[in-house]
Design a protein around this ligand. Structure first.
Ligand code: DQA
Length: 146
């Protein structure tokens, strides 16, 4: 059984109550249920969240070591974490899929959100569709694996 790691950065543990007009009213648990319902055969969905950059980097190393595809919402780290970018590059350089996702479309928001330091090393990017961004990422992984 291969895990698909669904990794969420800072403040995403507050989904449901955090700026619902921007991020919706669903919680991370609701997201996990929706993704688990669409897990490809032979794969399990492992949804995690941390506010800690070092922990997120450690999870990307784990993806490399276990050969796990990754769905990554780097949250605010998207915009400035070169350390996270370098760790994400390890995943894609290892030949594994890493899909960068965002609930909102950062390009419609404040200027500082228009830059992603992660996109340049991601396999692909999906943004602006709420939880559907993650489901589309899972579909992309499924199709690539198939
Ligand atoms: C986000 C967008 C980021 O700009 C923001 O810092 C987040 C969430 C999104 O999913 O839309 O925390 O990654």
């Amino acid at each position: 059984m291969v895990s698909i790691l669904v990794l969420n950065g800072p403040n995403l543990g507050r989904l449901g109550s955090r700026e619902p007009d921007v991020y919706g009213t669903g919680t991370l648990e609701d997201l996990a249920v929706a993704l688990e319902a669409e897990a490809p055969p032979g794969h399990r969905i492992d949804v995690r969240q941390t506010n800690d950059e070092a922990e997120l980097i450690g999870w990307l190393y784990e993806a490399v070591d276990t050969g796990s595809p990754v769905i990554l919402n780097p949250a605010a780290f998207t915009h400035y974490s070169y350390a996270l970018r370098d760790a994400a590059a390890l995943v894609t350089k290892a030949g594994l899929i890493l899909v960068e996702v965002h609930l909102s479309n950062p390009h419609t928001r404040e200027e500082f959100r228009h830059t992603s330091v992660i996109s340049g090393v991601a396999t692909g990017v999906i943004a602006g569709f709420g939880f559907t961004s993650y489901l589309l990422a899972l579909d992309a992984i499924n199709r690539q694996l198939g």
